[in-house]
Design a protein around this ligand. Structure first.
Ligand code: NAP
Length: 339
């Protein structure tokens, strides 16, 4: 165990990332200083927000640096500890890098209890994406009995949680996903309707699935899905804007007429509430999230799906695919063996 393998950002992508934007390096194993821990990566989370950090455009998070390891949420085993608070052998949630090992301050990790839920869930249904769904609905979406909620990227960790939580609040949940297999899964886990955004009849299908209009649209994707949804929004609809993945690889503004006046007109006439959010600003909901959702995941009431790819070297291709829908469920890389 004398060497660490890591994936660095070789160059910033223009448009869709390619394998050339990533480089694998073997470097000496880091060693922990006082108050630090050396971690062995078990699972690495791949998330759409990482696309923004590959770019140096100004955003809510700092860009990843060229020639430096890419960062990410990880589940790790502590292999050496220089802190009294964390022991060798502990399994922890951390923010480290696309690497087999990393050194971080012990204060920055959170111990996980492997007996509570599969460790990978700390990156998905019980982690940042699940919490994003919970907080975005609690603060902005606020679905109510008898209302209709629509969410796209609905088989992913954010979307599947959004739909299931909305149903628990008494709303009808309509999921949008890419392809018949993903739509079948949505029906299987109990969504009231599932629509394929790749179908040529998507706009008509959305209309048929939302006969009473849409009261909450949890915006995960933007693009053509948003165009279709906007027409179906009811007066006083709420739109938590969580992500616009359809445009993350765009290099120029969309062609065609300027749609901003129509959008602003609809916002006014329908008195829409459209609000962007980043999950960490709602951290006050974290305790409630774990108390409420943890047991529902543990007893199987809330369903989730994971897409676990094997080996750190698989991370770049898996990440590139995430941006166009080749993942089916929460995308996680298994970097090392379970303890
Ligand atoms: P995910 O659903 O596991 O993966 C992304 C999915 O987006 C793909 O599988 C694909 O699903 C869909 N997609 C890609 N291009 C699309 C397009 N042009 N039109 C429609 N759908 C498209 O991802 P996730 O982690 O749950 O994240 C979902 C969204 O939440 C992302 O936009 C992400 O950036 C956002 N997010 C925001 C926060 C926050 O704090 N604001 C936190 C976490 C995540 P289909 O094959 O079904 O189309």
């Amino acid at each position: 165990m004398s060497q660490n393998v890591q994936i660095v950002l070789a160059s910033r992508p223009h448009g869709e990332p390619t394998s050339d934007n990533f480089r694998t390096e073997t470097v000496p194993m880091p060693s922990p200083g006082d108050g630090e821990v050396l971690l062995r990566t078990i699972y690495l989370s791949l998330d759409p927000y990482m696309r923004g950090r590959l770019s140096d455009a100004k955003s809510y998070a700092e860009p990843f640096e060229v020639d430096a390891p890419l960062g990410g949420g990880t589940v790790c085993e502590v292999v050496e500890s220089r802190s009294a608070d964390v022991a060798t052998g502990d399994v922890v949630l951390a923010f480290t890098s696309w690497s087999t090992h990393a050194v971080v301050p012990a204060a920055a990790v959170r111990k996980l209890d492997p007996s509570r839920a599969p460790l990978s869930t700390a990156l998905g249904v019980l982690g940042m994406p699940g919490f994003t769904a919970y907080a975005g609905l609690a603060e902005i979406g606020q679905p109510k009995e008898g209302e209709t909620l629509v969410v796209a990227a609905a088989t992913g960790p954010v979307g599947s949680m959004v739909g299931q939580l909305a149903q628990r609040a008494g709303a009808r949940a309509v999921g949008i996903a890419g392809g018949p297999e993903k739509c079948a899964y949505l029906t299987e886990i109990g969504f009231d309707a599932a629509i394929d955004h790749r179908s040529p009849t998507f706009v008509e299908d959305l209309k048929a699935a939302t006969p009473d209009g849409i009261d909450v649209y949890f915006e995960n994707v933007g693009g053509a899905v948003w165009d279709a949804v906007l027409r179906r929004l009811n007066d006083f609809a709420r739109v938590p804007v969580c992500g616009v993945i359809a445009t993350y690889n765009d290099t120029e503004a969309p062609s065609g007429p300027d749609r901003m006046p129509a959008l602003m007109g609809a916002v006014l006439r329908k008195r829409l509430r459209i609000q962007g959010f980043i999950q960490n600003e709602f951290a006050s909901h974290l305790g409630d999230f774990h108390r409420t959702v943890g047991p529902l995941v543990a007893d199987g009431t809330i369903k989730y799906r994971e897409d676990i790819v094997q080996g750190l070297e698989a991370a770049p291709a898996a990440f590139i695919g995430l941006l166009t829908g080749s993942n089916f469920g929460k995308l996680v890389v298994q970097v090392g063996d379970l303890p």
